[in-house]
Design a protein around this ligand. Structure first.
Ligand code: SF4
Length: 363
């Protein structure tokens, strides 16, 4: 990622912060909006390219500010088309993002932290422990790099983002909010709120605030219907048990017709019985929601087994019979350890791909 310096990285700044920044340099507010629109155009890396700014001001910016980006990445392509990117950060840490191409659009699974403090037992990132939060620019630069990758590789455009990569996004709350502001700002990356999903293991106070301060979609990793089991899988449950989590979801502020997505990973003999399905239906009965079922990826652990297809279908049927919209989600990128819960920033052979071979001409 370029560059390392004491200069202000403009990719860390929301529109409002950028306006404050240019005002601190003696410029009018509209210059901040102008710069924001330049920064997120593919191929813009230098202030020199911002031709509607006065030459003198461009020189001032070059002296005090920078525009970071990921210049290179380690890249692995799955047999099913998913692409895993490994980005080395300035302090040497590696974060991973996974792009899933579909027929007419691509989705990016974005990371928000290096490692994770939440310690969910089924998650490889959790086993790394927590190293640090990503900056706003480090979150944004994953999106910029993969947007450009899709453009340059004739892949469907990147339109959907899910914060389900490394880390608990709500534990890096202010940087997440700034990144969401840049992602959804028309002069920024111009993503639709409807196409951004933030996933959480259940940080209740930040969930409430996310609903109050943004219009993005919320996904909640539930995975169990009783506190004993959920606490054994997800330590956060000891702080915010199921009843409190569900109550928060019931009162979650979101636009009419929007629904919270509950993620439920099925483990054979652990949480996949008819009784579990019925209890799940009962727990969520007052929450406007949808449910995603995902068979666990055993990842070589003999103690963990994925339920049979029949069992999964039966679990889905019980929920559907109770009026829920239920999807069975298939994990993509398992062969390159890019599936849910597999991201660890390890195992790369360090062969890198240049992401920006040449700046693109201005249109
Ligand atoms: S599942 Fe999410 S919250 Fe839990 S340890 Fe993994 S990255 Fe962290």
């Amino acid at each position: 990622m370029t560059p390392a310096s004491s200069k202000t990285d403009l990719k860390n700044l929301t529109q409002e912060q950028l306006i404050n920044y240019v005002e601190s340099l003696g410029q009018p507010a509209f210059r901040g909006r102008q710069i924001l629109a330049w920064i997120y155009r593919p191929g813009i890396t230098e202030f020199e390219q911002m031709t509607d700014l006065a030459k003198v001001f461009r020189a001032v910016l070059a002296q005090h500010a920078t525009i970071s980006r990921f210049d290179e990445a380690m890249v692995e392509v799955s047999a099913d088309g998913a692409v895993k990117f490994g980005f080395r950060l300035q302090d040497g840490a590696i974060i991973e993002s996974v792009m899933i191409p579909e027929e007419d659009r691509s989705t990016l699974c974005v990371s928000s932290q290096v490692g994770c403090a939440m310690g969910c037992t089924f998650c490889v990132t959790g086993s790394m422990g927590f190293q640090r939060n990503l900056t706003t620019a480090e979150i944004i630069n994953q999106v910029c790099a993969v947007r450009d990758w899709c453009l340059n590789h004739d892949l469907p455009p990147l339109t959907n983002l899910v914060f389900m990569g490394m880390g608990e996004p709500l534990a890096n709350f202010e940087n997440l909010l700034d990144a969401l502001s840049i992602l959804t700002e028309q002069r920024g990356l111009d993503f639709s709120n409807r196409r951004i999903t933030v996933s959480t293991c259940g940080l209740v106070p930040q969930m409430k605030e996310l609903g109050e301060r943004t219009d993005v979609n919320l996904a909640v990793s539930l995975h169990a219907v009783n506190d004993t089991l959920r606490s054994s899988m997800m330590p956060i449950n000891k702080r915010y048990p199921i009843a409190q989590l569900v109550e928060t979801c019931k009162n979650y502020r979101q636009k009419a017709r929007k629904r919270i997505m509950f993620e439920y990973t099925l483990l054979e003999g652990v949480n996949d019985s008819d009784a579990d399905a019925l209890q799940l239906a009962q727990i969520l009965c007052q929450v406007p929601c949808k449910i995603n079922l995902l068979a666990v990826n055993p990842a070589g652990d003999d103690a963990v087994r994925s339920p049979s297809k029949e069992r999964i279908l039966q679990f889905q049927k019980i929920l559907r019979d109770n009026g829920y919209t239920v999807f069975i989600r298939t994990s993509r990128g398992e062969d390159i350890s890019a599936a849910c819960g597999q991201l660890a920033g390890k195992g790369w052979d360090e062969a890198k791909v240049q992401l920006n071979p040449a700046s693109q001409p201005l249109s």
